[in-house]
Design a protein around this ligand. Structure first.
Ligand code: BUP
Length: 459
């Protein structure tokens, strides 16, 4: 007879970069793989983008149960001045072992965000519940994450330098998340604790597919990055998870009508993600560059770290007269766009991206060539993945803001024009898109990987 439906509890953490892949996983598990899914929500959320997304998700998927968990206020002095998203991770980490267990009755397994690994794994072990971890970035970045505790030990002896990740290759120190340069900060402490805890996970899920990062995936599966030689939990490559869009939940957006009116592949889509604003001076140069490129563009501008605080007007951010000069040819918005839908639109010809992994997966799945402009965190490592995969171009000297100075508008214009004209790149991106589609189709590597995971959750 038919097997019982596995009951899986998903525990995401803060920021759209973490919430989005968990929503996508919830859809894949509940619709394609016949699981009963519960979804933990740590309240309050940091941004209004997250609350809007959650409301739409539960409205669209009534079969997914919502488990609210209210966090105590983050008013300890150690949190003052901390990045609000990292502070939220820390509050969630502290509350998870206390507040989550009562919500887990009847569960077969837990899938927790990487930022909660070091607390979720011991908690689940105590409850005799299998615990899987979803890593929300690339497999290559994951290899660095998993190897980092060993790197620190080696670096202590050798003086710190680049990481030679076994089986993966050299990841230059300049590509590490900058926060790691300060061993005392919240991010670094979490990074190391979570990395050390991974060996005790029942498995790791990564939103990638085998053919995109073959070396990293193989090295992870062989246990090359492990501090216990030859042993590493099973790695499930489950991507690229499809974006969930909720068009019915929102008023029809003006950018959709505008995109519909543009010629095929004529629009440059520009977004630096939901997490950090560009410096004012760089915003100005980017504006000059887009204007000078002569291309059509759709630009999502962020003026503050948290959207609720983003009060500055567009002409204030971009300079007097800019919006008037590009009117009709460029659409600039501070509002949330359905990026998954934008990238699918036939008018979009390239993507200037900060290389948040979700954004890249969306571009790879739609075959839109990427001009990689990574800025912080895991973004440089991800930029390397997309450039090596052939679906994008990365100008490595466009370096960290504040260190190498701003990138001038002229240079931006030249790169945008050259990527738009690059037919070889467009063809390579189309190949990656085809590989990605094969991986998630029935029988593909990612489809089988998720099937295997579900089977293990409910033997
Ligand atoms: Br901005 C914006 N619409 O207007 P990443 C972002 N997104 O759909 P990040 C929109 O948010 P981290 C918008 O498609 C992606 O799924 C976008 O995640 C979506 O970068 C997600 O790309 C953003 O991983 O997060 O936000 O910088 O720092 O956690 O990687």
């Amino acid at each position: 007879g038919a097997a019982r439906r596995p009951r899986i509890v998903l525990v995401p953490s803060a920021g759209m970069g973490h919430l989005a892949p968990f929503s996508r996983l919830a859809v894949a598990l509940s619709t394609v793989h016949a699981c009963d899914v519960s979804f933990v929500v740590f309240l309050p959320t940091v941004s209004s983008a997250e609350s809007a997304h959650l409301d739409s998700l539960f409205a669209a998927l009534p079969s997914v149960s919502r488990l609210d968990l209210r966090l105590p206020p983050l008013d300890a002095p150690e949190f003052s001045g901390a990045d609000p998203f990292y502070a939220h991770y820390e509050a969630s980490r502290r509350s998870t072992p206390l507040l989550l267990p009562p919500l887990l009755a009847g569960a077969d397994a837990l899938i927790a965000d990487i930022s909660l690994a070091s607390v979720a794994i011991p908690m689940a072990t105590e409850l005799s519940l299998p615990c899987y971890v979803l890593f929300t970035s690339s497999a290559t970045m994951f290899s660095l994450y998993a190897y980092y505790p060993a790197y620190l030990e080696a670096a202590a002896a050798a003086g710190d330098g680049d990481a030679d990740v076994p089986g993966v290759g050299r990841i230059p120190r300049s590509s590490f998340p900058q926060a790691l340069r300060d061993p005392g900060n919240l991010f670094t402490q979490q990074f190391v604790a979570n990395g050390r805890s991974l060996l005790r996970a029942d498995g790791i899920l990564v939103n990638t597919f085998d053919a995109l990062e073959p070396e990293a995936v193989a090295a992870l599966r062989r246990g090359d990055v492990s501090s216990r030689p030859g042993f590493f939990p099973p790695v499930f490559t489950v991507g690229l998870l499809s974006p969930v869009s909720f068009p019915e939940a929102r008023a029809p957006a003006d950018y959709t009508a505008w995109l519909d009116a543009q010629p095929e592949r004529s629009v440059v889509y520009v977004s630096f993600g939901s997490r950090k604003a560009l410096a004012r001076e760089q915003l100005g140069e980017l504006a000059r560059g887009l204007e000078a490129s002569g291309c059509r563009f759709l630009w999502v501008v962020k003026g503050a770290v948290v959207d609720r605080d983003d009060g500055a007007g567009l002409s204030e951010l971009l300079g007097e007269g800019f919006l008037e000069r590009v009117q009709g040819r460029g659409l600039v918005t501070k509002a949330w766009v359905e990026q998954g839908e934008v990238l699918k639109h036939p008018a979009v010809g390239m993507f200037v991206s900060h290389c948040g992994w979700n954004s890249l997966t969306e571009a790879l799945a739609t075959g839109v060539p990427v001009l990689a402009w990574p800025r912080f965190a895991d973004q440089r490592v991800n930029a390397g993945v997309v450039a090596r995969g052939g679906a994008g171009v990365w100008v490595e000297r466009w370096s960290w803001e504040g260190e190498e100075g701003v990138v001038k508008g002229d240079e931006v214009a030249e790169m945008v024009k050259s990527v738009m004209a690059d037919e070889t790149l467009r063809k390579a991106a189309a190949c990656v898109r085809a590989d990605a589609a094969r991986a998630v189709a029935a029988g593909g590597t990612s489809y089988r990987s998720l099937t295997d995971l579900v089977r293990r959750c409910c033997p």
